[in-house]
Design a protein around this ligand. Sequence first.
Ligand code: SF4
Length: 357
Amino acid sequence: MLNLLDLAPADAEKVLREFAVAHGHQAYRGSQVVPHLWTRPVGSFAEMTDLPAAFRELLARHFVLPRLELVTQQASTDGTRKFLFRMADGQAIETVAIPDDDRMTFCISSQAGCALQCAFCATGAMGFLRNLDVHEIAGQVRELALLDPPVKATNIVFMGMGEPLMNWKAVEHVLTILNDPKGFGIGARHITVSTVGWLPGIEALARRKEQFRLALSIHAPTDALRQTLMPVNTKFPLADVIHAAARFDRRVTFEYVMLGGVNDRNEHADQLAQLARECKAFVNLIPLHPGGAMGFTPTPPEAIAKFARRIRTLGVEVAIRKSRGMDIAAACGQLRVERLRRGAPAGTQHDRQVDVA
Ligand code: SF4
């Protein structure tokens, strides 16, 4: 049975129109299904009540609309909500919904676990489990839209579990579903792909004609320091990542988590500003959650402010990210880690309690 949620909207519509005609219905009946996939989603064919019952039954015999099971959720006093979904094979992933004025940003996952082992990251500590399929990535947005009341995204950041550009085959289709007016209709400028600097993926993203945004997880301004925090730096050294970012002809943001006594000295600010100038990047400084990550402590707020001022003085735009969801496990991979400690869902032996902003 064909999974309609793995298809781009135009492909789904083509398949459905041909299917309708092949089964003695008018083609427009096929088109009527498409808004129910993403734009105004419903959970099953039976709920597509603008379609004749016989056609709905026919659809259910030939196609599937797989759901993600919502295992648990947490709500922060600041409105941030974190969701843990279980997929058909039992693997679990996280999605965070962050309200801010009239925006609702979803932080979505692209892999179960992650191979890249960044020193400060809960997901990295789990190891790599598997890539998510198209419907499992876009499905996080769909499932929240299916809640009562629905939670609808205005902005998407690929900053949940996993390195999205290592799952480009799926992510490139998800970008289409997110952006297409017949999908979720989210403007490309409101969709940010965050990467540690996976070069083939940056080049692939740059080839897309839509104005998707790129965020680079820099976290250290020199190869020597970055290698200790992010092993991927051995494969893709900083200079190559900066060079790729400089050629990316759209807005680039640097993500820089502030690790006390590690990457927060004046010289780091100067080096970071220099890199940012080379690719006209905007710098986002991310306070580490108060509990800190395994082996790391947060830079004090006043020191972050000083670091930011120094970067700004060097002519680079910089912001300090608001810490959201401090009272819940809103860090990458953390909710999953907590559930694992309690025995569900299954999937990894690595259950270190670590934290990333
Ligand atoms: S920070 Fe991102 S790339 Fe690094 S281990 Fe965590 S999920 Fe993977």
